[in-house]
Ligand binder design. Sequence first.
Ligand code: NI
Length: 194
Amino acid sequence: MILPIRVFGDPILRARARPVSGPSDALRTLITDMTETMHHAQGIGLASPQVGRSERVFLVDLTSVMAEMDEEERVAYQPQPMVFINPKILWDSARTVQFEEGCLSIPDVREDVMRPESIGIEYHNQDFVRERLDAGGILARVIQHEYDHLDGVLFVDLISSFRRSMLKRRLRDIAAGIVEADYPLAVQRSRAVA
Ligand code: NI
């Protein structure tokens, strides 16, 4: 089932998500629905608060950007989507890189964000088996973006104050419900008149 995506201004995007206690039918359904929602919106990542569920779950699907990877990376990143439950970033590199990010919860906004180039992460996979992964490149980038969602952090929090001031009006409009996308959004109509 395709779920509507919460947009900037929705309090759930600012909450710290709860750990998942264990495997369940509800968790499997959530992952199935999130996968369908992410694919429909042509996203490469999706965190559960974005669909209104404050749980420590996110997905990454790099299928659409595989062409930019070398063979070794492509093999390492199977299967897709990758499911991260109760993730914990164990380390990140001192070396940082700039990369343009967007977010399904902030339609039509893209900004360069500086983050560690590589990370190590521990998580439960879709079968609730604990796994460890070292990631670089675009995978490290998407993981860090989605991981932030579980702590109520959005990529626009990480840009320069100058760029943020340039975006102020646009973000205010989105929070007020003045926003459209090619996928269903959960816009709080009560704010749309503001
Ligand atoms: Ni996002």
